[in-house]
Design a protein around this ligand. Structure first.
Ligand code: PAF
Length: 297
């Protein structure tokens, strides 16, 4: 497995793969890889002849008071995991390689970025779309694999790819969860034991909301109130609980069709996000019922 730190070298390597007729799938990450990322790498493997993982903690997507400097960077073990999962190369540049001192060009999506995390993290998605553009230009992929935990991010990148005609197909993977339902996240390691226990309330409240909706609950206010009270009961502080259309991410007045419930909440200083997709109107199935029961244990 190659470890590449310079953009030029990355481009030369990707061009050489393409000359051999190999397709490329990229998995953009900020490192501190967990099972969610590993699933993205496995999915990338199933789509293309060559897999490139990028590991870059992108300063441009962190706000001034956010956790950029303390974000975990276990590079060696990340490389080992990438190797184990059959990556052909890891692109791991330094910040000054990606952002020269006089960097002044940004890529910004202006509709889907407005709500949800865009409200509480105003320049976050501009940082994401800019760095993803740069990572695409460095790795020259045919496919790029992202996780549905960052649902809004995935939608924004999909829109950017469409609007700016990137020749890249976006592939999405489902959220990977701990046994008790907590969505896997590199930030889970910040949680104290107590916060970790309380954080289960996020996924539990989302599952209950989904079941209630599939059982016919139509009142947004009731669904929202129940989620808020379950998370606050677990010791969380709500950033937002929003019920939006899955395609345009606009708040819905009525629950119908493809809907997304998205949550961001703080446990201690750690901000966690999670979401659940619902196709309202479909009768609930046995699986979701037993999944819910298991999570209550
Ligand atoms: O999802 C992430 O880890 C990051 O936002 C991404 C897409 C790698 C851009 O820095």
């Amino acid at each position: 497995m190659k470890i590449i730190k310079k953009i030029k070298k990355m481009q030369t390597y990707s061009v050489s793969l393409r000359k051999k007729g190999m397709s490329i799938a990229v998995v953009p990450t900020m490192g501190c890889l967990h099972e969610g990322h590993l699933k993205l790498i496995d999915t990338a493997r199933s789509h293309a002849a060559a897999v490139i993982v990028t590991i870059f903690v992108n300063p441009a997507q962190f706000g001034p008071k956010e956790d950029f400097s303390k974000y975990p960077r276990p590079l060696r073990s990340d490389f080992a995991l990438c190797r184990k999962h059959g990556a052909d190369a890891v692109f791991a540049p330094q910040p000054d390689e990606m952002y020269p001192a006089d960097f002044s060009t940004w890529v910004e999506e202006l509709a889907l970025s407005k709500g949800l995390c865009g409200k509480s993290r105003p320049s976050h998605f501009k940082g994401v779309t800019t760095v993803v553009t740069k990572l695409f230009n460095a790795t020259l992929p045919d496919f790029a694999v992202f996780g549905r935990k960052d649902f809004q991010q995935a939608k924004i990148i999909g829109r950017m790819v469409r609007d700016l005609n990137f020749p890249v197909k976006i592939v999405l993977e489902d959220i990977v969860r701990e046994k008790d339902g907590l969505a896997k996240s590199s930030r889970n390691i910040y949680l104290s034991d107590n916060e970790r226990r309380g954080a289960i309330s996020i996924s539990r409240s989302l599952k209950s909301a989904k079941l209630a909706i599939l059982d016919g609950e139509k009142k947004i206010g009731t669904v929202r109130k129940n989620i808020v009270s379950e998370i606050e009961g677990g010791g969380g502080r709500i950033d937002y609980v929003e019920i939006v259309g899955s395609e345009n991410l606009e708040p819905v007045k009525k629950i119908s069709g493809k809907t997304l419930i998205a949550v961001a909440s703080f446990f201690g200083k750690t901000r966690l996000i999670d979401n659940i997709e619902i196709v309202a109107g479909l009768a609930r199935d046995r699986n979701s019922k037993s999944e819910y029961r298991n999570s209550k244990r």
